[in-house]
Design a protein around this ligand. Structure first.
Ligand code: ADP
Length: 400
């Protein structure tokens, strides 16, 4: 039985077709430039590659092309679309309503649209893609929504409320939601499998560090706090996002630079973080290279990144009254030994000690990289959000 995993954006449709009998990826790719031309890039497990321009006026044409590519010609991996038993859709925002993954009905699609103010860039195209998918696959193919916010729904109010008048929580649902939930859930579950540690009584912090980054404090397997907030802008510096700053900086800068709310949002989301601070790049590899060559702003940016994360780790240790393990994942968390070292060094007083030989040698694979005498275990565990989406889809649809 095969599950199609869909990650839709406003102009793209990323997909993976996964065979759930052995959880192998049969094919994956991306339909890009939807609404502005169209291109499909498709790769099969045995190394065949397709790259072609196709006209995608809407997501529906992209789905039609995707089905054609999976079932015909050079990219073919299945004989008929009927082999796809179910479709799992990644969704950014499930508000407070969706605390777990959910079978998609018309009501669920309407709800996802209705949360558009909470996820303006993602929820509308994701709901649109679900409708297009239904038209192409027919209502007999079950679909499941997997929300980036749902794993964080176990947070207590003291962690998710902001210190603005309560009426804005009631009126506009303003609160901390947290994101990257699929990744935090995947690696936390994987931590319990690989370490053999019991879930009950456990206290771990998962660090998803990529272009966007967040930490989650997880007690007894459930999130008790997380660094992203009302939107994915909160927390610490990221590729192009500012992370948390004194809120007064926002009003001050808007006044001084005569910025509209949209321009200010653009500044904090797209021009800040690694890029805005270093003036070099939003990419960790470029910053590392520049720091090696002695670029002072690159060094400052890396120092800030590690320092801000350290403070979250310390805060979450206080919140949970201890820590068993720190788990690193995401492009930076899995691959940058330097970032892991900078974050973990000089935390011996908290029982955190990284191993200077194991850490640089682990090269993005599953590995424990803590020193033998580290009280807190440090793990590198690659994330696999698509697989979690496929597993949830399989379970909810009741596939054997
Ligand atoms: P996204 O959040 O878009 O999914 P990723 O999780 O792929 O992004 O993370 C991208 C980040 O990972 C970039 O900053 C990139 O520099 C960093 N990264 C990827 N590979 C390496 C590597 N080998 N060493 C250091 N950083 C890396």
């Amino acid at each position: 039985m095969k599950v199609l995993v869909i990650n839709a954006g406003s102009s793209s449709l990323k997909y993976q077709l996964i065979d759930m009998t052995d959880e192998s990826v049969l094919a994956k790719g991306n339909c890009e430039r939807i609404g502005a031309g169209g291109h499909i890039g498709h790769k099969t497990a045995d190394g065949r590659k397709i790259d072609r321009d196709v006209d995608f006026p809407t997501h529906k044409e992209a789905f039609l092309e995707l089905v054609k590519t999976l079932t015909e010609g050079e990219g073919k991996v299945i004989d008929t679309v009927k082999e796809i038993s179910a479709v799992g859709h990644r969704v950014l925002h499930g508000s407070e309503k969706y605390k777990t993954s959910t079978l998609i009905t018309d009501q669920v699609i309407d709800d996802i649209f209705s949360f558009s103010e909470l996820g303006p860039l993602h929820n509308p195209p994701q709901a649109t893609a679900m409708k297009a998918c239904q038209e192409v696959f027919g209502k007999e193919t079950p679909m499941v929504a997997i929300f980036d916010t749902s794993f964080h729904q176990t947070m207590p109010p003291k962690a998710y409320m902001f210190g603005v008048p309560y009426e804005y929580y009631e009126k506009y649902s303003i609160r901390r939601y947290g994101f990257h939930g699929t990744s935090h859930r995947f690696v936390s579950k994987r931590y319990f499998e690989v370490s053999g540690s019991p879930v009950k009584g456990s206290r771990i912090i998962t660090c998803h560090l990529g272009n966007g980054s967040s930490l989650a404090a997880i007690q007894d397997g459930a999130v008790v706090d997380t660094s992203m907030g009302f939107t994915p802008l909160d927390g610490f510096i990221m590729g192009t996002r500012s992370g948390g700053i004194d809120p007064s900086v926002v009003t001050y800068l808007m006044n001084k630079e005569h910025l509209t709310p949209d321009q200010m949002s653009d500044l904090m989301n797209k021009k800040s973080g690694f890029l805005g601070l270093s003036g070099i790049s939003s990419d960790m590899r470029d910053l590392s290279d520049a720091a090696d060559k002695g670029n002072e702003r690159a060094v400052l940016t890396l120092d800030m990144f590690a320092y801000q994360i350290k403070k979250f780790i310390g805060g979450y240790m206080a919140a949970m009254n201890g820590l068993d393990a720190l788990v690193f994942t995401g492009g930076i968390g899995e691959n940058s030994a330097r970032a892991r070292w900078m974050i973990c060094r000089e935390m011996e007083a908290l029982g955190i000690k990284i191993d200077d030989e194991k850490n640089p040698a682990c090269s993005g694979k599953e590995a424990e990289v803590s020193a033998p005498d580290s009280k807190v275990k440090i793990w590198v565990l690659p994330t696999n959000e698509e697989l979690l989406i496929a597993r949830d889809t399989k379970e909810l649809v009741g596939l054997k």
